[in-house]
Each structure stands twice: as C-alpha cells, then as structure tokens.
Ligand binder design. Structure first.
Ligand code: FBP
Length: 552
C-alpha cells in the first residue's frame, strides 16, 4: 500500500489521554459516584433492565489499580455510518488491553454487528493495528447497519463469544447501537453469561449527547471538513460575485452539523430544522426568508451568497411531513402497482391529484417537477418515500428562483440569481481525525478497557470536560440506562436513548440567532481553512464552536 506523507507523519502522533489515565494501568482506580436513574419513565426502564438499571456513575482517578487480575478476551464492533476517529477507539482499546497483559486478545468483528452474528472476525496484532493509528475511516474492520436487537441474535452472540472465550464486547455506535448495547448487556447479565458490554458514542451527526456525553466522536472532524469546504466556496463566491451556492450538509435528522458549520463560517443563510418545526414554518415561508436575503443583497449589488441546508430539513416542515405520510398511504400495498402501471407523468399526476387531500396537493403543486418525481420514484423496501434522498438544496433554490421571478414582476427585485448546488456528507466522514478526535477517540477506547477491567457492563465510555485541554479531561463511565426513556417506535413502546436535537434555548443556537440578520445582508464570511495537525495548539487542538458555546 502506498502511503501519503501525512499518513506516515500521523503514525507518529501520540494521542493525548486524560490526565488521570496517564500514569499507567497499575495506577488507575475507581471513584464511585451517585446511583443513577433514567432521564424519564424510571419505573418502566427499571422493570426492563432489572440487572443493569440504577448503577453508579463512576470516574477514574490516580491510585492503586484494584481490579481482578485475569486474562481478557474482548471483541469490538463498529456500527453504523463512518465517523473520523473510529480507528483510534480501537487503538486505545488495544493499547490498554495489551499494556495490562500482553496475552490479552482483541477480536475485531467484521462489517458491523453482523460480524458478531456470523462469527466473522480478525485478531489484532501490532503489525496490523499500527497501519491504522490516527487515520480516518472504519476500514480496520468495516462497519454495517445490522441491528442487534432480537433475543435470537443475542443468543447467537452469546454462543460466538463462548466459543472464543470472549468476556466483553465493545460496541462503537450511535444512539440506536448504544440502545441495543444496553439491551444486550441486560440479556447477558440476565442469562449469567459473564459477558460485559461497553458502548462508545459515535456519529458525525452530533445527536448522541446529553448532560453526560458532551459530544459524539467524529462531529469535530466532519464539521471542520465541511466548514473548510464551505469557507472555500464562500471565498469563491466573494471573488466571482455571481453565484448563490445552496449547500446541503449531512445530519439525518438533527441540524447540529449545519449549525456548527454556520458558526464556523457565517454564511448568509442557515436553516435549522428544529426551529422550522417549532415555528411550524411552511415551504413558502422558508422560501420567502431565503429570497429576502437574496433581494436585500441584490439591492446592494451583491448577486451572490451562501445558504446551508441541513439534510433532514424537509421532515421538520409540518406540511411536508403530512404530504409524505399521505404519499406513503397513497402507494401502500397493491396501490403502488396501479401507479407504476401508468405510463406518462401526466397520468401519474392525475392519480396523485385524485389521491391527496386538497392541502397536501397544494404543497405538492408548489414543488419543482424534479422533486415531485423524486417523491414517487425513490422508495425504500417498505415502499415509503426516502426522505434523505430528497435534494432539498435544489428544492429550495428552485422555489427561491420562482419567488424572485414574482418579485421581479412586482417590481420589488431587480437582481440576478444564478444558483449552484453541493451536498457535503461523505467528504467528511472518513477524514483524518483532527487532533481533538484523535485524542478523544483514543481516550474513549482506552477508557472502555478500564471499564471492562473493573467489571462494568451496560456502561458508556465517558470522557468529559472536553472544552479544556486533554490533561484536564475526566474519564469514567455512565450506565446507558441513565440516558434512556420510552418512545413509540414502529407502533410499540421501546426503551431508547433520547436523540439530542438542536436546543433552541441553547447557547449555540442563540448565538447564531443573534447574528444571522447581519450575516443575511452583509458579507461576514469566515474562511476556516483546512484542519491543521501540526502547529500551535490554538490552531490544532481547538474543538467545535458548539462545545465552546455550550461550556462557556
Ligand atoms: P450514523 O447515525 O450511523 O452515525 O450515520 C449518520 C450518517 O452519516 C448521516 O449523517 C447520514 O444521513 C447517513 O449516515 C448516511 O448513511 P449511509 O452511509 O448509509 O448512506
């Protein structure tokens, strides 16, 4: 394999651990915290997790290691979408495990949770793992989206672990994967398997966070990568002065990624899905809001600008959600065949018009034809509209174009509007982790092994105080059940980790809201540039604006 100079240089980087984990394994002991309760629905969660509920929060501190000396065989799984730093979680876990006893073994289950069920694994050694230190990607063992959630799967997992003598599993994943980690831990405990389960908080979307978990890993690097590109586009826009750029950024549901990029780059417009839902904004209102900025800037002679659109936006527009629900109903079961049998778009349009309510048809009629067709063509295996595939950046630019044409006809706008479109997602998910993510991830993995060594199960590896330098970070563990509540999923009540949406009362959104009127009219662009790995700490080690504002 040919290596880039940066990859070779990054192999030499020594990730920083929290101060209390720096003295060597023999000098790490546990400080017990308070017993915990779930964030809501305490009685129900307690009943569902009789063996793992209510355990104490713990932190590690310097002191005599009192854990039981025994051989550890541990399995690790990467679950869900890639996030920068995943390799370092595995490296931190491996280094702590081997530093404790060189006979300890780390198994990597390949291709996500399915690797555990299919007993598809590799055993890590120095030569293999050293190729992945401080690099992006999940290719060390691969990832997948199989969900570990049924009793049959748990029984197979227990069998596979038993076969290898594995006594702990580390699941690196988002809110769903860690919810399942908690359920698996409870199953293993209830069946006296002796197998521990530890979770690690991953996702670029930034929506696995709460009062204990300050951020999920990967968010820092992904948003810095997108912000670099947005900044570059802004500089191009400000140089050429002839394009409006509509940039969609990943974030399946929550708008944390869009908000962080806006805080970093100060674009003219950034939509926040959670605000759209709270204000019950219609597509027309959102369009008007963007068109106002275009018109105000045009009046100053600036026919250029940048608008950031979060990937999940359309699901937050109430009238659009109703439309999607009606389309799903319209094509449910065999009705889809009748629709597909129609040969022209005009015939299909008449079918749609006859099937939708008047209100939803009015929403549908506003959409550009390309988007209308997308809603009927791109469907998931259950026949439902695949909302994440809707090109919302094109949807809003087309609607703004029409809105501006109407303003022109009314004599209230006299500019030029030429739009370009971008989707930033996969560009950031496997970037070389920033120093922050390299350090944070290594610490999460190292810490996960400490939790295993001290016998914990159903815990999330927790590293906090992250807005401070790494030596002030605090390492410990939090029972996953503390983060759970009951939610309605697929028609049934389920215990789940609460997904964190953008808080409209939170400091990051408030800062954005206090400044956006100015940004909408003036050119206040900030150009963050590329992630720096070597150089002054104020350039290389800074984490996100979101975290800085939350912790200020
Ligand atoms: P996770 O929640 O698994 O971390 O993945 C998040 C994400 O990156 C979203 O931002 C995006 O919508 C989705 O994954 C894309 O998934 P896929 O890789 O399957 O296309």
């Amino acid at each position: 394999m040919k290596l880039s100079p940066l990859q070779i240089a990054r192999y030499q980087y020594n990730p920083k651990l929290p101060g209390m984990l720096r003295n060597g394994i023999a000098e790490i002991c546990v400080k017990n915290g308070e017993p915990t309760e779930s964030v809501a629905d305490q009685e129900k969660i307690k009943a569902l997790f009789p063996n793992t509920y209510g355990k104490n929060e713990i932190t590690f501190q310097k002191g005599q290691n009192t854990s039981e000396a025994k051989l550890h065989k541990v399995g690790v799984i990467l679950s869900g979408g890639q996030a920068p730093g995943g390799h370092n979680v595995v490296c931190g876990l491996y280094d702590a495990l081997k530093a404790t006893n060189s006979d300890n073994v780390l198994y990597g289950f390949k291709g996500g949770p399915s690797g555990l069920l299919e007993d598809d694994y590799l055993i890590f050694d120095d030569e293999y793992i050293n190729q992945f230190r401080n690099t992006g990607g999940f290719d060390i063992i691969g990832s997948g989206r199989t969900k570990l959630e049924t009793e049959d799967q748990f029984a197979i997992a227990a069998e596979v672990c038993k076969k290898h003598g594995i006594t702990a599993i580390v699941i690196i994943g988002g809110d769903d994967s860690n919810t399942n980690a908690a359920v698996l831990a409870e199953y293993f405990a209830a069946h006296n398997t002796g197998i521990q389960v530890i979770g690690c908080p991953k996702t670029i979307d930034g929506d696995l966070k709460n009062e204990d978990i300050e951020c999920s890993f990967g968010f820092d690097t992904a948003t810095k990568t997108y912000s670099e590109i947005i900044g570059n586009i802004q500089r191009d826009a400000n140089s050429a002065k002839k394009y409006w750029h509509f940039i969609k950024v990943m974030g399946r549901s929550a708008s944390h990624v869009a908000l962080e990029c806006a805080l970093e780059t100060q674009p003219n417009i950034c939509l926040i899905g959670e605000e759209v839902a709270a204000k019950k904004m219609s597509l027309a209102q959102i369009t008007d809001y963007i068109a106002d900025s275009v018109a105000m800037r045009a009046a100053k002679g600036w026919n250029f600008g940048v608008a950031i659109i979060p990937e999940g936006i359309v699901e937050f527009v109430p009238e659009f959600s109703v439309l999607i629900a009606e389309i799903n109903e319209l094509l449910a079961g065999s009705k889809a065949d009748a629709f597909n049998a129609l040969s022209t778009w005009a015939e299909k349009y008449a079918f749609i018009e006859a099937g939708l309510t008047k209100e939803s048809m009015a929403v549908f009629a506003q959409l550009p034809e390309g988007i209308q067709q997308q809603l009927f063509l791109e469907r998931d295996p259950h026949g439902n509209v695949q909302v994440s595939l809707i090109e919302s950046e094109k949807l809003f630019s087309a609607m703004v174009k029409e809105n501006l044409a109407a303003r022109k006809a009314a004599g209230t706008y006299n500019g030029k509007f030429s739009a370009l479109h971008h989707f930033l997602g996969y560009e950031g998910r496997c970037a070389f982790p920033s120093n922050f993510d390299a350090d944070y991830c290594y610490s999460l993995g190292y810490n996960a092994f400490m939790l295993i060594q001290y016998g914990y199960t159903g815990y999330l590896s927790k590293v906090s105080n992250l807005s401070k330098p790494a030596d002030e970070w605090v390492a410990g563990g939090m029972p996953i059940t503390k983060m759970m509540n009951i939610e309605r999923r697929h028609g049934a009540d389920k215990p789940v980790i609460r997904k964190a949406l953008v808080e409209l009362e939170g400091a990051p959104f408030k800062f954005f809201a206090a400044n956006r009127e100015l940004w909408a009219v003036e050119t206040c662009f900030v150009y963050p540039g590329a992630i720096q790995y070597f150089g002054p700490t104020e350039v290389c080690d800074l984490t996100t604006r979101t975290l800085a504002l939350e912790k200020a």
